[in-house]
Design a protein around this ligand. Structure first.
Ligand code: BTN
Length: 265
């Protein structure tokens, strides 16, 4: 398994330019604990941002909620570091902008991807990938953000997962033909999502993000009370309308308070 930088550069050159895409350096590693962890060390060395970094495999890939992200050969393990100027309270804006950016661009490639709140990439009701954002703050402002993305390309996946190569096996011809192309597209998706956010603002990005959510309308149980997901706030909370004995109340839940299952479960 290897990564051909020249193919990546050719693929990148074919994409419409976006926020600092051409000046972005890609660092490639064979096997490291975590691309998120490694990119922080490049930031600390003073590398100009944005930068991107991939590993062909990770030995301690970080998932959400302290989970491990299985990172065997064949998958995309990517981190992109950007400088930003966001108040801490708006950290969800990074999640929605970048998750929307990646999802929207892959949909342009004909892949019917959706988002499971807050930032799972869902294809055919299965998890194609996930995003783990880490930030560094100063004076209540987010100064640096690392957007870590894992997308299943040719790697083996758990039962709830799907990889793009098996999806394309059924849907010929493939619109993406290599890990290098997927890397270029994903980096562009992250940067264009962020650029879009800077240009059009959080409310419009939230509206775009909500259009791609699988979660709206989903039935959930909260503290033994049945409810229905009605939306997401721009702070990243899930809005749920609870119904009990004729009355209905709307509550907002953070991602630590509720976890949505997959729709076919
Ligand atoms: C999730 O749990 O859904 C998020 C998974 C994010 C995994 C990616 S792989 C590249 C980057 N480096 C890490 O250690 N984690 C993220």
């Amino acid at each position: 398994m290897s990564f051909n930088l020249r193919i990546y550069q050719q693929e990148l050159a074919q994409l419409t330019p976006v926020y600092k895409l051409e000046s972005l350096d890609l660092h490639i590693f064979e096997s490291i604990p975590s691309t998120n962890q490694k990119i922080w060390s490049l930031i600390d060395l003073g590398n100009p941002l944005p930068i991107a970094l991939i590993a062909l495999q990770q030995t301690a890939g970080k998932g959400q909620w302290g989970r491990t992200w299985q990172s065997s050969l064949g998958g995309l393990y990517l981190s992109v570091a950007i400088e930003c100027d966001l108040v801490l309270d708006d950290s969800f804006h990074l999640t929605m902008a970048t998750t929307w950016g990646i999802t929207n661009l892959l949909r342009i490639y004909g892949i019917p991807l959706a988002i499971k709140w807050p930032n799972d990439l869902i294809l055919e009701n299965r998890k194609l990938g996930g995003i783990k954002i880490e930030t560094r703050t100063s004076n209540n402002k987010i100064q640096y953000a690392v957007i870590g993305v894992g997308i299943n390309w040719g790697n083996s996946v758990p039962e709830i997962g799907i990889n793009l190569q098996s999806y394309f096996f059924k849907k010929q011809p493939p619109s993406i033909t290599s890990l290098e192309q997927l890397t270029a597209i994903t980096i562009r998706g992250i940067l264009s999502g962020y650029q879009h956010y800077l240009e059009i603002g959080s409310q419009q990005i939230l509206a775009n993000y909500k259009k791609l959510l699988t979660s709206i309308g989903q039935e959930v149980i909260v503290n033994n009370c049945p409810g229905i997901v009605t939306g997401v706030t721009d702070k990243g909370k899930l809005k749920v309308r609870l119904q009990s004995s004729g009355a209905s109340t709307e509550i907002s839940l953070s991602s630590g308070q509720i976890s949505l299952g997959y729709l076919n479960q």
